[in-house]
Write a protein that binds this ligand. Structure first.
Ligand code: AP5
Length: 215
């Protein structure tokens, strides 16, 4: 969990690789559905381009399918979901049925003033999802992804007014999810995400290794 631009996607990809987990990003899944050209896709895109959350019932259905399609033997690293208390409650119900409880909630904390700068410098690969930043993780000079060769893009919701709306949605609807987990006795691990990417990865990985050693 963390506000837009905190580094959730960047860290989730690295941690999933390191720990052999399945990374499920609700943003990536919804963007793929949004580009499908269907009526549902157009509706999803209209919420995302406005910086608003997609309605719970739609997200819960889409993510429930992604979770149940994931291999049972592989750990799950959820990125961007749940984002409201009703989504967290629906996830708890599904995971209880599957016998796979939430083991830890990772929160990446970054001051607001850094977030807008990070998001406006982001370049993403529409094909494989690799994320770059014009300052901290520079993309190749030819503007193509060094992992798969696709042309890098700026996301359509990465304009400053939309980022401000996404931040407001985070504070209003998503921050209470952290209290939901803390108040129900789940392990909440908070990390300072303003450090360089490698440092954040090492800190979160150390916390996860400690958790795994207790399991
Ligand atoms: P989503 O795609 O989840 O976007 P977000 O939460 O706004 O987060 P971002 O992807 O913008 O940022 P991030 O934290 O992953 O940062 P990143 O690693 O890219 O959701 C988009 C939309 O989908 C939502 O607005 C909503 O409409 C909808 N949606 C999704 N899930 C939903 C749900 N559950 N319910 C309802 N609606 C939902 O990093 C950002 C930049 O910073 C990059 O350029 C990166 O290279 C750079 N960077 C990262 N870490 C560092 C660092 N440590 N130092 C310097 N630079 C860094």
């Amino acid at each position: 969990m963390g506000p837009p631009g905190a580094g959730k996607g960047t860290q989730a990809k690295r941690l999933a690789r390191r720990f052999g987990m399945r990374h499920l990003s609700s943003g990536d899944i919804l963007r793929a559905a949004g580009n499908s050209g269907s009526a549902l896709g157009r509706s999803l895109k209209s919420y995302m381009d406005a910086g608003e959350l997609v309605p719970d019932e739609i997200v819960v259905e889409i993510m429930a399918k992604a979770i149940s399609d994931a291999p049972a033997a592989q750990g799950l690293l959820l990125d961007g979901f749940p984002r409201t208390v009703p989504q967290a409650e629906a996830l708890d119900r599904q995971l209880a049925q599957l016998g796979r409880p939430v083991e830890a909630v990772l929160v990446i904390e970054v001051p607001d003033e850094l977030l807008v700068e990070r998001i406006s410098g982001r370049r993403s690969c529409p094909a494989c999802g690799k994320v770059f930043h014009v300052g901290s993780l520079p993309p190749p000079p030819d503007g193509r992804c060094d992992a798969c060769g696709a042309e890098l893009v700026q996301r359509s919701d990465d304009t400053e007014p939309v980022v401000r709306e996404r931040l407001a949605a985070y504070l209003r609807q998503t921050a209470p999810v952290i209290d939901y987990y803390a108040n129900s006795g789940r392990l909440v691990i908070r990390t300072d995400g303003s450090a360089p990417p490698d440092e954040v990865t090492e800190r979160v990985a150390a916390a996860l290794e400690k958790l795994a050693s207790k399991a």
